[in-house]
Structure formats: structure tokens, C-alpha cells
Ligand binder design. Structure first.
Ligand code: NAX
Ligand code: ADP
Ligand code: K
Length: 507
């Protein structure tokens, strides 16, 4: 699903109005109806009052139309129009006239207002939507502060009022803190970013029938990977296939005291359909690995002077005609010798065109001053899976906000021609073509040690099976989240562990 900018949404509205064709006021009617349908499903009439706060533009127009539709359904309502300006939109005026025939509207015209809320009230916020052009001040600010203080359930129409859809707010801005945001047709970039969680709450999309051709033909740098889109990327297993069909993966992971990372990644790799798996790790890890994963083969680190890290001089002969994918990083440790080995590994994989996943310590080894100057050794189209701290260390600088973080992410991915999965809620998969794809699955229960190792195993398995790197990244991140969602259903977010994610992988 595309994420369009405010400007693109405006053009999509205009295109729909012109080409469907449909009158602007009727499109608003359709949008408001879609909101009302969502609302009725989630809030049955009962012992509460719906308080709708309307601005003076089209978002306010939506609020007025929503009020007109909800009242006959038996909702107890109170409608407020905040008169912060003399300017009103045409659709607002039409809907005001329509509603005035039905109920008495209350006006908030100056700072001398008092609002009373009771615990069960539900507030619908239709003050400002995507038309926001500056930070909120004056009367609107006072009203929003009052609403936020009320501690009742707030539902925002299209956008939490005061939040910019695709750029950063100032940290001092006044913004509605919604529990739910019901957005029209497409999600906004703002919804994907951790800094906006307290304003957006849980977001939902309702279809308002914007013109499909326009959306399809509009170029955008941001996408939200919906389950429907991602699930169709999964290749079915053919009847006469054999283990050779699904590739041989090499996983380089673990060290003394860090064998769990290797086990989690390896088990996830096997659960994700790889034909064969070899794990390359320290000698002391052999019994652990062979006990917990008899399905995998084991390749002991050569030339290992000490048993606490992988110090291998990789040789091209060990790779050619052997492996279809290499995953490296979980628990391998960081030092100069390991980095040198990694550089050699990158060289071999580049020369033999073996796709790679680099995670955790593989990335940390490229995050020292010397390491950063060797980043160009990472083969093109490799998949890097840092969490935000690892990404910050890799690029060697911090970002001022989540928008700048996305800019840095895109820059890094384009410049180095690699795929970067920046992990977290809505993991952002950045592709070398400059697009960023946000993931739709997963939950906060996955914020637990080892869950990143599981992702490395999943993506490595997909690469070994011949999935294109960008598909392996987007699909792997999604399936990892789905497994996390299943694990949380069974154990709850607080109690689930990374091994539960592994056991819930299902392709
Ligand atoms: N155009 C269409 O066909 C549709 C629009 N829809 C609604 O229209 C909304 C956008 O409407 P508008 O473009 O009228 O914009 P808004 O209703 O978000 O804002 C209204 C106007 O307020 C002014 N404004 C901006 N920032 C302000 C601030 N900080 N303080 C005071 N005034 C400020 C601007 O002049 C802006 O145009 C969407 O969010 C959605 O709710 C929906 O009805 C769907 C269809
Ligand atoms: N709040 C969250 N919502 C969804 N997914 C999350 C959340 N927190 C973490 N995750 C996922 O869990 C994984 C954590 O990885 P990582 O931080 O590398 O953990 P570790 O290093 O312990 O393996 C990532 O895939 C990330 O996307
Ligand atoms: K709003």
C-alpha cells in the first residue's frame, strides 16, 4: 500500500472528483460514512456521550457530517465548532447548514469557555486534518489542551489535529493525543514513526473510494507492506522438489557464551524452508548446536587460536558450489581479526555472487572508525538488519528526529546499494532504489533478547531458496512479525521469548 504525501493526497482527491466524477461534497459524505461505519462497529450505542469537535476546514466538515449521520443511530451527541478564524471551507458551510436543521451546535469563540467531560465520553476530533500548515496556537491550542487533559477516549478523523502528516512537528507543539486515528484511504508517513505514537494511538484505514488509477500511477518513496501484498510473495513448494531445490545456507554465528544467538538463528533458518544448513561457529558450541538442532551441519572455526571467537581465514574454495546464501553476525564478537575475516568473507561472496545477510556483530565490526572505511566491501544487494543503535553506530551520527533517521537510512542504502532493515515497530526496509517499505506485523513482545537473531535466520533461508534480496527482506521481516504475533497470542507479549517466535514461524 502506498503512503502518499499531503500534496499527493490532495491531488488524489481532485483527480477522483474530476474523473469518477463525484462532487467534492459527496466525496466528503462518502468519507464521513466510512468513518461512521468504523465507529459503529467499535463503539456501540450505550451509556456515553459523543462529543465532536469541529474545525472550519474540510476536516471540520467531516466532523459535522459524521454528527449528522451518528445522531439518528441513537448516539447521544454534543457538537462543538471552534471558531478560531473567519475563514471556512465550502464543504464545511454546506455541512453546517445540513446539521443545523438537526441539532443545536455549540460554538467556542473565545478563551472564556469551559468544557465538562465525564469518564465515559467519547471525543471525535475533527478540528484539523491534512490541511495543517503551521503549529497550533491561540484558541485551538486551548481547546486541544482541554481535550487532552480530559483523559477520555479520543478518536481522530483522518489525522490527530496538530500533527503534520509527513514532516516533523516542533517538540513544544500542541497536538491531540488520540487513542484511535481513523484515516482515509491510505496511511500517513507520520503513523510509521515512533515519535508520533502518543498522538496517533492505534491507526485504522477506511476506504473512501479514491481513484485507484491515480494511486496506482503515482510514484512514492514510502510503502506500507500489507499482509495481502506480502503473503502473495511466498513461493509454493512444488511436488517434485527436493532439498537441493531450496538451497544450502551458511550461518556464521555464536561464540563462547553466545551460542544462543547461533541456535536461534539456525532454528529460524530451518523453520523457514532452507534445504540444508551449515552453521559455522566456535568449537565449544558444537555439542550445544548439535543437541538443539540435529538437522543442521556444523563447521568448526578454523585457525581459531582461542575458542571465544570466530577467527577464520575464509577461503573461496570452501564456498564455491557450496552455499546459496550466507547469514553472518549474531553473537560473533567484535575485534580487528574478526573484521578482517568479515572483509574476506564479503569479498568471496561478492566474487561468487552469494547473497548475504549481515546482522548484529557483523555490523558492529563495520562500526568502528576502521570498520566504516571498509563498508564499501559489503557486496551490493546485501541485506543489513540493524536495530536503531546499531544503525547509528554504523553511520557514525545521530538523527534529530525520526524523519531525519529515514533520510539517513535512505542515503545509506542508496549510496552503498544495500538493503537495510531498520528494526523496531514497523521495521523500515530501505531499498537501493530509494524506496522505504514499512512492515505491518509484529508487536512489542518481540522487544526481547534474541528476536533479532531469529530474523537473520529467516532472511538467510529465503535468500538460499532463491528469493530476490528485496523480496527476502520484505517477506522475511513480515513473517518474523507474524510469528511474533502468534507467539504473543499464545504466551502474551510480556512472557513470550525469542524461541517462541521461532516455534511459531509458519510458511
Ligand atoms: N478534499 C476532499 O475531497 C476530502 C477531504 N477530506 C478531509 O479534508 C481534510 C483536509 O481538509 P482541508 O484541506 O480543508 O484542511 P483542514 O481541515 O485540515 O484545515 C483547514 C484549514 O485550516 C487552516 N490551518 C492550517 N493550519 C492551521 C493552524 N495551525 N491553525 C489554524 N488554521 C490552520 C488551513 O487554511 C487549512 O486549509 C482531510 O484531513 C479530510 O479530513 C475528506 O472529507 C475526504 C475528501
Ligand atoms: N515494539 C516492537 N514492535 C514490533 N517489533 C519489535 C518491537 N521491538 C522489537 N521488535 C522486533 O524484534 C526484533 C529485535 O531485534 P534486535 O533488537 O536485534 O534484538 P536482539 O539483538 O536481542 O536479537 C526486531 O526484528 C524488531 O523489529
Ligand atoms: K482531526
Amino acid at each position: 500500500m502506498k503512503i502518499l504525501s499531503v500534496e499527493q493526497i490532495r491531488v488524489a482527491d481532485a483527480y477522483t472528483i474530476q474523473h469518477e466524477p463525484i462532487a467534492s461534497i459527496d466525496l466528503m459524505e462518502r468519507a464521513s460514512r466510512a468513518f461512521v461505519n468504523w465507529f459503529c462497529k467499535n463503539f456501540e450505542t450505550g451509556n456515553f456521550k459523543v462529543k465532536i469537535f469541529c474545525g472550519l476546514g474540510d476536516n471540520g466538515g467531516d466532523g459535522l457530517a459524521i454528527a449528522r449521520m451518528l445522531q439518528p443511530l441513537g448516539y447521544d451527541m454534543e457538537v462543538f465548532v471552534v471558531k478560531y478564524s473567519d475563514k471556512t471551507s465550502e464543504n464545511f458551510q454546506i455541512n453546517l447548514k445540513r446539521l443545523e436543521r438537526q441539532l443545536t451546535i455549540k460554538y467556542i469563540e473565545n478563551e472564556h469557555f469551559t468544557l465538562h467531560f465525564s469518564e465515559n465520553d467519547v471525543i471525535i476530533d475533527a478540528l484539523l486534518g491534512s490541511g495543517l500548515s503551521r503549529s497550533i496556537e491561540g484558541l485551538l491550542k486551548s481547546v486541544i489542551e482541554n481535550i487532552n487533559r480530559s483523559e477520555v477516549t479520543i478518536i481522530s478523523v483522518d489525522m490527530p489535529s496538530g500533527l503534520f502528516a509527513d514532516k516533523s512537528n516542533n517538540s513544544t507543539d500542541t497536538i491531540i493525543k488520540a487513542i484511535h486515528t481513523v484515516a482515509f484511504q491510505l496511511p500517513k508517513l507520520a503513523f510509521m514513526l515512533p515519535q508520533n505514537e502518543e498522538f496517533v494511538g492505534e491507526w485504522h484505514i477506511v476506504d473512501i473510494g479514491l481513484h485507484k488509477d491515480f494511486i496506482q500511477n503515482t510514484e512514492t518513496r514510502y510503502h506500507f507492506s500489507t499482509p495481502k501484498e506480502v503473503e502473495k510473495l511466498i513461493k509454493p513448494r512444488k511436488k517434485f522438489s527436493h532439498k537441493g531445490t531450496f538451497g544450502h545456507a551458511l550461518l556464521i554465528a555464536g561464540s563462547h557464551g553466545m551460542m544462543g544467538a547461533a541456535v536461534l538463528a539456525a532454528r529460524a533458518c530451518m523453520r523457514s524452508g532452507v534445504g540444508k544448513l551449515t552453521v559455522h561457529s566456535v568449537k565449544s558450541g558444537l555439542p550445544i548446536l548439535q543437541t538443539l538442532l540435529p538437522e543442521a551441519m556444523y563447521w568448526e572455526a578454523w585457525n581459531s587460536k582461542s575458542s571465544d571467537f570466530i577467527a577464520t581465514s575464509f577461503h573461496v574454495d570452501d564456498f564455491s558450489n557450496h552455499f546459496q546464501a550466507v547469514g553472518v553476525g549474531p553473537g560473533i564478537g567484535v575485534n580487528g581479526i574478526i573484521r578482517t575475516s568479515l572483509e574476506k568473507l564479503c569479498e568471496i561472496c561478492r566474487d561468487l555472487a552469494i547473497p548475504m545477510v549481515l546482522d548484529a556483530d557483523a555490523l558492529n565490526n563495520f562500526s568502528t572508525e576502521k570498520g566504516r572505511s571498509a563498508i564499501n566491501k559489503i557486496p551490493e544487494s546485501s541485506i543489513l538488519t540493524p536495530h536503531p543503535k546499531e544503525f547509528r553506530n554504523l553511520i557514525g551520527k545521530s538523527w534529530k528526529d525520526d524523519y531525519e533517521k529515514l533520510d539517513f537510512l535512505r542515503e545509506f542504502s542508496v549510496r552503498n546499494k544495500v538493503i537495510v532493515c531498520l528494526k523496531g515497530a514497523n521495521t523500515a526496509v530501505a531499498l537501493p532504489d530509494g524506496t522505504i517499505h514499512f512492515n505491518s506485523s509484529g508487536n512489542a513482545g518481540m522487544a526481547t533478547a534474541g528476536s533479532g537473531d531469529v530474523l537473520t535466520g529467516i532472511i538467510t533461508a529465503l535468500l538460499a531458496q532463491g528469493y530476490e534480496p528485496k523480496v527476502a527482506a520484505i517477506l522475511g521481516v513480515y513473517q518474523h512479525g507474524v510469528a511474533g504475533d502468534r507467539a504473543s497470542e499464545r504466551f502474551g507479549m510480556t512472557s513470550m521469548m525469542a524461541s517462541d517466535i521461532v516455534e511459531n514461524i509458519r510458511f
